[in-house]
Design a protein around this ligand. Structure first.
Ligand SMILES: Cc1ncc(COP(=O)(O)O)c(C=O)c1O
Length: 427
C-alpha cells in the first residue's frame, strides 16, 4: 500500500482528539484537529509524542543540530525506496516527468508549493537545496559584487552561513564585515541599532541569521530588511533554526533571499532545504550548480534546482514531514515549543549559578536556550545529563555551556526534570 496523505493522517491515530462534528478525513479543507484549549493539553501532546519512534529511554533536546523524524516520515522514505527498487522499469523517462524518480531534472512543483505555503511565498520563487550551507553558497557565489563592496553580518553566524561569503572575500576582494551583537541580547532595538550603525554606503549585502544558532535570539529582521531596502542593500536571511520552530512569512519580512532547512525543526530527513529568492531579485543571482535549464527564467526556482540525479525517497520523506507539521498546525507547534522553552528558562533563572546566553527579552526567544553553570563546561553538563537521565542537549564549549532545544515531542515533566538536574549540579 502506498502512503497517501490520507493514510499519513490516519496513521497518526489522533481521531479521538478531533472535533467530532467535522468528518475526520472529510473535505479537503477540514482540519484533523479542533483548536485545543491550551498549548499544555497533556493528552494531545502525549499522542504527538507517540508519533516519534525516538527511543523512550532517552530525552532528545538537540533539534537545533538535527531533528527527530516522525514515524510517517521514515515510513514514507522506506516505502519510496522500495518502490524505486521494484518499479523503476515502469518509468517511461521522456514521456513521464513524474515527481517520482530522479529529483534533479524536474521542477518539484508539488514540494515547492508546500514549502511556499509554509513561508507565505510563491512556488516559482523557491529552489530546493540540500541544506542551508548549500543555498547560502548559491547566493554568495551567484551574486555580482566588486572589490571593496561590503557584506555586513554579525559575529554570531554559523560557519555554514559565513563560508560562501568568506570564499567571496578571498577570491574577489569583497569585505566580509562583522558587527558584535551582545550575548545575551537585551532587546530588539539594541540589536537593530548596532547593525544599522554598521551600514555604510559600501554595504551591498546584509546577511543575518533570523535566529542565532548559539543563543536562540530572534533578530528584528523585518525592521532591518526595511532599513536595508531603503539603502539599496540586498538582504539574505539564514533561517536554519526558524523553519518549523517559529512562523516565517517572507513577504511580511520583505527580505530578498531566505534560506532554510527541514532537517532540524520540521522533522524531515537530513539533506533537505530550500532557497527563496524574491521574484524581482532572481535575475541578480547566477546559477551555480548548472544543468540543462540553467538559464531558465520562466520557472526561476527550478534554475537552481538543476542538481543532477538526487535522492527522491528523501524528498518523499520531506513531503510527509511538511504534511505532518501542517496537520498539527504551525501556530500550535510554535506555541508548544515556546511554552516548553519558557518553562525551562524560567526554572533556570531561579538558580543564581546558571548564566543564560539566550535573550533576556522573552519575545526574542522560542525553543532554544543556551546556558552554562558556574564551574562547568558544556561537555561536563552534557555528560552529566546523559549519565543521570539519558537527556541529550548539546555542548556549546567551555564558555557557553549547552544548547537546550525544546520541541513538540518533549514534555513539561522532562523540562522539570532537566531543571532539577541543573539544581543538583549547582545546588
Ligand atoms: C544558523 C545556522 N545556519 C546554518 C546552519 C547550517 O545548516 P545546514 O547544515 O542545513 O547547512 C546551521 C546549522 O546548525 C545554523 O544553525
Amino acid at each position: 500500500m502506498k502512503l497517501s496523505r490520507r493514510n499519513i493522517l490516519k496513521s497518526l491515530g489522533l481521531g479521538a482528539l478531533a472535533f467530532t462534528t467535522t468528518p475526520l478525513l472529510g473535505e479537503p479543507n477540514s482540519t484533523l484537529f479542533a483548536p485545543i484549549p491550551d498549548a499544555d493539553d497533556p493528552e494531545f501532546w502525549k499522542k504527538i509524542r507517540e508519533q516519534f519512534p525516538l527511543n523512550k529511554e532517552t530525552v532528545f533536546f538537540n533539534s537545533g543540530t538535527v531533528g527527530a523524524m516522525p514515524r510517517v516520515v521514515v515510513d514514507k522514505m522506506v516505502e519510496h525506496l522500495r518502490y524505486l527498487s521494484v518499479d523503476v522499469a515502469d518509468w517511461a523517462y521522456k514521456d513521464d516527468n513524474k515527481e517520482e524518480f530522479i529529483s534533479g531534472y524536474n521542477n518539484l512543483m508539488g514540494i515547492r508549493t508546500k514549502v511556499a505555503k509554509l513561508i507565505n511565498g510563491t512556488a516559482a520563487d523557491i529552489a530546493m537545496t540540500d541544506n542551508v550551507t548549500n543555498g547560502m553558497s548559491y547566493v554568495a557565489n551567484g551574486i555580482s559584487l566588486q572589490p571593496g563592496d561590503e557584506v555586513l553580518t554579525t559575529d554570531q553566524e554559523h560557519t555554514g552561513g559565513k563560508g560562501g561569503w568568506l570564499v567571496k572575500e578571498k577570491r574577489y576582494g569583497v569585505v566580509f564585515k562583522t558587527v558584535v551583537v551582545p550575548k545575551p541580547a537585551h532587546s530588539s532595538p539594541e540589536v537593530y541599532d548596532v547593525i544599522v550603525k554598521a551600514m555604510t554606503p559600501k554595504t551591498k549585502v546584509l546577511m543575518l541569521s533570523h535566529m542565532i544558532t548559539g543563543s536562540g535570539a530572534i533578530l528584528p529582521v523585518k525592521e532591518l530588511c526595511l532599513e536595508a531596502r531603503r539603502r539599496g542593500i540586498f538582504t539574505v536571511l539564514d533561517g536554519a533554526q526558524t523553519i518549523g520552530q517559529i512562523k516565517v512569512d517572507v513577504k511580511d519580512i520583505g527580505c530578498d533571499v531566505y534560506l532554510g532547512c527541514f532537517h532540524k525543526w520540521i522533522g524531515a530527513p537530513a539533506g533537505t532545504g530550500f532557497m527563496y529568492v524574491k521574484a524581482d531579485r532572481m535575475k541578480d543571482i547566477w546559477t551555480t550548480v548548472a544543468s540543462g535549464r540553467w538559464d531558465n527564467h520562466e520557472d526561476e526556482g527550478f534554475r537552481f534546482t538543476q542538481r543532477g540525479t538526487g535522492n527522491f525517497p528523501v524528498l518523499k520523506g520531506l513531503e510527509a514531514a511538511l504534511d505532518f507539521h501542517e496537520e498539527i498546525g504551525q501556530d500550535k507547534v510554535y506555541t508548544r515549543i515556546k511554552f516548553l522553552g519558557e518553562r525551562l528558562r524560567t526554572g533556570l533563572r531561579k538558580n543564581k549559578k546558571v548564566k543564560i546566553f539566550s535573550p533576556e527579552d522573552e519575545s526574542m526567544c522560542a525553543g532554544i536556550t543556551v546556558y552554562n553553570i558556574e564551574g562547568f563546561t558544556g561537555t561536563r553538563i552534557q555528560d552529566t545529563y546523559w549519565a543521570k537521565a539519558k537527556m541529550r542537549p548539546r555542548s556549546q564549549g567551555d564558555q557557553f555551556g549547552v544548547r537546550h532545544c525544546t520541541h513538540i515531542f518533549n514534555s513539561p515533566e522532562e523540562i522539570d526534570k532537566a531543571i532539577a538536574i541543573v539544581n543538583e549540579m549547582a545546588p
